[in-house]
Design a protein around this ligand. Structure first.
Ligand SMILES: [Mg+2]
Length: 273
């Protein structure tokens, strides 16, 4: 944990009980887990980025940490991801977590009844067909159809980035009134309905039990996570970025493994009992 927390972290009393290589926990900032909601981006935050989105994996111990945090927060732990609910479930199987998925297009407020999951309407088919054709620009561009949005992954074809965004711009120029927006990610260009974002999803999530009235802690690394960093002060929440110091955050982590260590520390900290 760095930046604004540096002052706190430098106090010897804060570090005495920590191993030299431990990630400093912002004791002074993290509230009682019974009053906290833990909101986590997945790729590049909780899990290390891999050459393709399909290759991510959950390292040993993370499942237990997440399940124990879910228990200690009375269920107020949620994934906040651009991935679909279905995808999130496959990654963490057999665990099932509450989630804001698809950049706010999908939401799971309770675990155990799939029928309660909320899904945004499908993207217009003709528009989707036109966007899908962009994948033909180069081998290595992987098309992901989330139903309500379309993602073009180009980690295996980084040279195609400019051509992808130019092609998307041309299609958008053709359809100036289409309610769509382009989300640039790490080696991914996603085209989605402009009516929802991770922030609209988090705002909605926080209106419901068991999240309601709690102080949210959000950790994310993407450009799209900045919409959530921006609303954390409205909820008296805390925002942390990963890999870079984003605007409006309370601190940042270097890598996903530091985030995992931080989460494990929250469980170890008896002050938070
Ligand atoms: Mg991410």
């Amino acid at each position: 944990m760095k930046s604004e927390l540096a002052e706190l972290d430098q106090k010897p009393t804060m570090l005495d009980d920590e191993a030299p290589d431990a990630v400093p926990v912002p004791h002074a900032l993290v509230p009682h887990l019974g009053e906290t909601a833990i909101l986590l981006d997945i790729d590049g935050t909780l899990l290390d980025l891999m050459p393709t989105p399909r290759e991510v994996w959950v390292p040993p111990g993370l499942s237990e940490t997440l399940n124990r945090l879910t228990e200690r927060t009375s269920g107020a732990l949620a994934m906040v991801s651009g991935r679909s609910l279905n995808d999130i479930d496959l990654i963490f199987a057999p665990d099932v977590f509450r989630a804001v998925a698809g950049h706010g297009a999908e939401m799971r407020l309770s675990v155990g009844n799939e029928a309660d999951d909320v899904h945004a309407p499908q993207m217009d088919k003709e528009l989707k067909r036109r966007l899908a054709a962009i994948a033909k620009l180069s081998p290595g561009i992987l098309l992901e159809d989330k139903g309500y949005s379309l993602a073009l992954h180009y980690r295996l074809a980084p040279h195609a980035e400019k051509a992808i965004y130019e092609s998307v711009s041309l299609i958008r120029a053709d359809l100036p009134n289409a309610p769509i927006e382009v989300l640039p990610g790490k080696f991914v260009c996603e085209i989605k309905h402009s009516g929802f974002t991770k922030a609209t999803g988090v705002r909605e999530l926080m209106k419901h039990e068991p999240f309601k009235g709690r102080r949210p802690i959000f950790i994310g690394d993407d450009v799209t996570d900045e919409t959530v960093f921006a609303i954390m002060p409205d909820m008296n929440g805390l925002a942390f970025s990963v890999g870079r110091r984003a605007i409006g955050v309370n601190g940042h982590f270097d890598e996903p493994k530091d985030v995992r260590a931080f989460l494990a520390h929250l469980l170890d900290d008896t002050r938070l009992e």
